[in-house]
Design a protein. Structure first.
Length: 201
């Protein structure tokens, strides 16, 4: 019995080979059955295949300078989401221009680029059920003056030009941004030890 439990935990911790499915790398929800589950014939309780959705979260230069990275990561972990990509970088201007291409005509665009390249950014990809929608709620309104207490922006910032964190605003946006910021090799497919409780609902 003990050996059986141990084997199961080891199986669940094991990394899975990087999948090249567009959806998995991009943030689109993808229906997959985990390798461990497939190997063991195990299915989620509802017999619905595991649905994974991904989003891009980035702690902006002001958040890094103010040592908020840990607290922001903690909120996503606490919520039950899974970290599948993480890196710190000085963001090149061409990446920022593409990332914010929809805002190119805005008067604040040059200042936005200047601020986003003023220091290191911590970029992350988080995975989980409806993570795009949930993370937008967790991050809060674009303008911190209107963000609710309890949200990242509502708790840590007061001005729209220094709002601490970025979160993709739609599935399509998440797909585009993840492909822009991360290569496939930088994203990790792995099973949490509590996979069946948090990821296979
Ligand atoms: P969000 O970051 O909530 O998705 P957005 O995509 O509309 O918001 O804008 C991207 C960033 O641009 C935002 O996080 C901060 C900056 N920004 C938006 N509106 C601004 C404004 N009126 N003045 C200065 N910066 C602004
Ligand atoms: Mg946006």
């Amino acid at each position: 019995m003990q050996r059986c439990i141990f084997r199961r935990v080891v199986q669940q911790f094991s990394f899975r080979e990087q999948e090249t499915t567009k959806g998995v790398l991009s943030g689109f929800p993808t229906t997959t059955t985990t390798t461990a589950a497939a190997a063991s014939g195990r299915r989620s309780k509802s017999s619905v295949p595991d649905v994974r959705e991904r989003t891009l979260i980035a702690v902006k230069p002001d958040g890094v300078h103010r040592r908020l990275v840990g607290q922001i990561i903690q909120r996503f972990e606490q919520r039950g989401f899974k970290l599948v990509g993480l890196k710190m970088l000085k963001v090149p201007e061409d990446l920022l221009t593409q990332h914010y291409c929809q805002l190119r005509s805005k008067p604040f665009f040059p200042r936005l680029l200047e601020y986003m390249s003023s220091g290191p950014v911590v970029a992350m990809v988080w995975e989980g059920h409806k993570v795009v929608q949930a993370s937008r709620l967790m991050v809060g309104h674009t303008n911190p003056a209107e963000a609710q207490a309890g949200t990242v922006r509502g708790d840590f910032s007061f001005h729209v030009s220094r709002n601490v964190v970025h979160a993709s605003d739609s599935l399509e946006g998440a797909q585009r941004e993840i492909q822009l910021w991360f290569t496939g090799k930088e994203l990790m497919n792995w099973d949490c030890c509590d996979q069946s409780l948090t990821c296979e609902l």
